[in-house]
Design a protein around this ligand. Structure first.
Ligand SMILES: Cc1cc2nc3c(=O)[nH]c(=O)nc-3n(C[C@H](O)[C@H](O)[C@H](O)COP(=O)(O)OP(=O)(O)OC[C@H]3O[C@@H](n4cnc5c(N)ncnc54)[C@H](O)[C@@H]3O)c2cc1C
Length: 387
């Protein structure tokens, strides 16, 4: 077992850092919204061949190794810089495995060139964890299918050009065997959105409604009624990845630095003078290190042609829960002022931890809840009984 990086991997990491410094940290313009900034940066990534670096060259990738992709994702998360988005990270890889040649030729170059945004129409008001119970109907009509139903929690639908959607095509079959998977343009007549405004006033989620929406049958990914098995590939891509645990590192490092500085309002005391907080920081250091190793194991398996399943769930669950524990510990360490939000001049660390505490709640829900990940580990991983 060798835990060290090769010289080439170290070189690649410094190239990624320089790129991020120049184009993400240094490339911001005051006039741009976050969305515009992400779009512009993704264009730069595409020009550099890094948006879809691990794809085969025939489809717009560089055939990069799994570990190069991991290094890129890790450095991006350390800098809070965006990577590929849904097209590059989920839809494209799914099409490479399950798409027809025509679908690949149509969609992959546009994704690789950062020309299109995708959103994901899986969850419904009555089907989240039990996704296979979904009710949105697609009925064959000539060369088309006609879709009626509703999706919910569709992240980024307001800016998306395309949506990948799970529908029920055979209501009489057992629930996993009557599902088909489609790609639709968001401007198709009959699709409408209603934004879901969150507690902090942002509206990144949507309800998505389908009323007699026609989609050509050629836009189906995989076979009719076998869409569930294609969607598990998409979910595996969504759940695996080093970014969740890597995203814990920057707030952890900032908290660690802050905790060692004398507090001017507190007679020079430091957070680390409190033994409880000291131990908490030790716990977080350990958890971040374990989380990294779980993420590296997923990548190592992929690099050997193995298919991580329980291992992706472990990494996803542990990464999300480590972030939540860090956010909770940070708010506790920073005392009452730790609850102050960004914009308040008395907020320690610019109010970062108050925001982090709230936003981290969703981490153990998105991409499958922690309970669902534990179920996968217990049943598919350990072979324990279902139900
Ligand atoms: C930030 C974020 C972004 C999202 N983006 C999208 C998106 O773009 N597209 C999309 O389609 N969806 C999206 N979702 C939805 C997400 O996939 C669902 O919220 C998630 O699958 C849980 O479903 P639910 O909310 O219906 O909760 P439910 O399934 O109703 O679960 C409620 C609670 O019951 C528990 N539970 C349910 N079943 C079991 C079981 N068998 N064993 C033990 N416990 C169980 C759950 O763990 C949870 O605690 C997003 C969610 C979040 C938070």
């Amino acid at each position: 077992m060798d835990f060290s990086w090769t010289d080439e991997q170290r070189d690649f990491r410094s190239q990624v850092r320089s790129f991020i410094d120049e184009h993400w940290r240094g490339g911001a313009s005051e006039a741009e919204s976050r969305y515009e900034r992400v779009q512009a940066y993704q264009k730069r990534l595409a020009e550099h061949g890094w948006l879809t670096m691990a794809w085969p060259p025939a489809y717009g990738g560089r055939g990069a190794t799994h570990f190069e992709q991991l290094i890129f994702a890790e450095e991006s998360a350390h800098a809070s810089a965006p990577t590929g988005g849904q097209g590059a990270d989920r839809v494209g890889p799914t099409l490479i495995i399950h798409g027809t040649e025509e679908q690949k030729q149509e969609h992959l170059p546009k994704i690789a060139n950062a020309e299109v945004n995708w959103c994901q129409g899986y969850s419904e008001p009555g089907s989240g964890s039990d996704l296979a119970s979904l009710q949105t109907r697609a009925v064959r009509d000539g060369d088309d299918f006609v879709i009626n139903g509703q999706k919910i929690w569709t992240s980024g639908a307001q800016n998306a050009d395309w949506i990948h959607v799970l529908t029920r095509t055979d209501p009489d079959a057992p629930k996993h065997r009557g599902i088909s998977y489609f790609m639709l343009r968001m401007d198709t007549p009959g699709i409408s959105l209603r934004p879901i405004v969150q507690l902090h006033d942002a509206a990144g989620f949507n309800e998505t409604f389908f009323e007699d929406v026609r989609v050509p049958a050629k836009n189906m990914i995989g076979e009719e009624n076998r869409g569930w098995y294609v969607s598990t590939t998409t979910l595996d891509f969504e759940r695996s990845g080093i970014h969740r645990i890597a995203a814990a590192n920057p707030p952890y490092q900032r908290l660690l630095r802050h905790a060692q500085q004398p507090d001017s309002a507190g007679e020079g005391r430091r957070v680390v003078d409190n033994p409880v907080h000291r131990l908490s920081l030790g716990d977080t250091a350990t958890e971040v290190a374990i989380g990294e190793l779980l993420g590296y194991r997923v990548t190592w398996m992929q690099s050997r042609g193995l298919v991580p399943n329980m291992e992706s769930s472990m990494s996803k669950m542990f990464g999300s829960e480590t972030q939540q524990r860090l956010a909770r510990r940070g708010v506790n360490m920073l005392g009452l002022a730790g609850q102050l939000r960004p914009g308040n001049e008395r907020a320690p660390l610019g109010g970062e931890f108050a925001s982090y505490y709230m936003s981290s709640v969703s981490l153990t829900i998105a991409a499958g809840t922690s309970e669902i990940q534990r179920n996968i580990i217990a049943t598919r991983g350990l072979g324990l009984p279902r139900g």
